[in-house]
Ligand binder design. Sequence first.
Ligand code: FAD
Length: 615
Amino acid sequence: MKHNSFDIVVIGGGHAGVEAALIADHYELSVLLVTMDPKAVGRMSCNPAIGGLAKGQIVREIDVLGGLMAGLADKAGLQFKTLNKKKGRAVWSPRAQIDKRHYEKLVLKTLDVSNVVVVAGEVVSLVYDRAAIGGVVLRDQTRIRCKSVIVTAGTFLSGVIHIGERKIYAGRMGEERSEGLTEHLVSMGFTTGRLKTGTPPRLSKNTIDWDKMNLALGDENPTPFSYSTDNFSPPNEPCFTTNSNSLSHDVIQDNLEKSPMFSGEINGIGPRYCPSIEDKIHRFPDRDSHVLFLEPEWKNSDQIYLNGFSTSLPEDVQLKSLRQVSGLERVEFFRPGYAIEYDFFPPSQLKTTLESKNVSGLFFAGQMNGTSGYEEAAAQGLIAGINASLNIKSKESLVLTRDCSYIGVMIDDLITKDTLEPYRMFTSRAEHRLLLRCSNTVDRLFERANLCGSIDEKSKETFSVIINEKRKLIEGLARSIKPAEISVKRPPRQSSPAKDILKRNEVSIRDLPKKFTRIEGSLPTWIRDEALYDVESEIKYEGYIKRSLREIRSIKRSNEVLLANDLDYSQLKGLSSEAVEKLSKIRPENMGQAMRISGVKASDVSVLMVNLKRS
Ligand code: FAD
């Protein structure tokens, strides 16, 4: 390392760290990325997939804000699928199986061609003076000066891996953990907690009886994540499913006390929404089967990821249980499943920009903020990187609100709610999800990205064309169609606005004459298709969208709606049991507070509203 002074130092090269470093580089600042193992940058610690319910929306948002993940996922994808297609358009979510090795290589290559300086090292303390950050100190006592620090330490802070009674002190299997940084941050006045997450075993491909598995392919006409992706024709590598059964459950049930989760060895709280197999069997004893997904970890991979079987049971119990499952009678492991406990920093200590409330120039992002997932981590890294850069340039910060993005929902949740378990994004966390469609990400975020300067000229051009063309399409739909111009089941008797005909259930925008669907400018076919489909959604759901916009205005007033201190939440029909428990315990003074309590979902808030109106 030639210099010991940088504008920004990023600690950690996971999904949060690389997004933070590369966006700061985009702002032409000098950036140092310190990471324990530079060969492991962008590593996918667990599942070989990116996107999924609500997470796919986050990946799109990352793309429109100038981030990396979407474009790389398109290049490293093995199979693409839009989830939730049977449900409303608001919750359609893209997901891709990813070649983990290829993804890591692409991250490395991107860093190589950037100006980011990457060094191997472990940060053990920070330099700060009068509540402002001044630099970092590495374990070998190297001191580096900087104007801003972004900490993205993931699961590495005092990490402990559990496999049955075995404990391994590590940040992730095969990687050193970070020691001392937690204590240093605590000495600076930060509070910390302990969380836990887990991963399933990796199976040897040749020991699986594939004929007994059910085939699961991706979409025939897949859609990419990134608006920079053109000529998209990814592979459609097969995945497979099988089911656990009562025999495999019995093995787990008989050995529950050997799981560190049940023996009391693990104190950290795990993700309720992504439970281990032992937790599922314990919590849902009536279910005699759970779906297991077999996913390749890379192209032609001999190593198979067993999605749905995250566990910290001893290796022999994992193996014995799995050998009861159809197709896995001869299975062998490359690696057993394990759980990991790590330190996190409750994100209520941060501002909406992800900067610390108490130490200026210090940002936290990713899993150490109590989240779980690559997408959540990458999004926070990007926002922290943008805001650290804007700070240094004395420009206005980027703040995303709940009504413009899933990222805004996540950050608002993180900083206003207690983090009692790893936070994972779901569509149900977004009360305005009809406005947060995957297909209107550009409409929602382009102006903000443009204002804060986080995107390049080419993206600006593409996004401007998309927005203009959609506006023209919507305006054009006010024009009338003559009955002779359209062939639909119930032809209109007289000339009617195209918009009114499109509102009918059985009519799609493709049924309209070409003059209503013409899109100018050079856009990839998939973006044209998406623009048409999104305009169709805008028209068909116009009423609901208007209602959502009214709700946004009323939610702003919701802090004025008082909730009685003696309200008996258990008597309100339709509230989830989690909401009853949390509301009864916290007793919010008003609706605004109630809405922001972790575990009270949008549907619970609606129930509260209805009951308040009634009473
Ligand atoms: P990480 O990817 O953990 O990266 C942290 C980086 O910080 C590393 O590069 C590390 O070297 C570096 N670092 C740490 N401390 C220091 C220091 N002091 N000095 C220098 N560098 C440092 N996500 C899912 O979506 N689904 C899952 O099922 C899932 N299961 C998981 C299971 C396990 C066992 C693990 C380990 C993770 C799992 N995750 C899962 C979480 C997912 O891996 C993370 O959410 C995501 O990788 C977090 O990204 P990050 O950038 O915050 O941190």
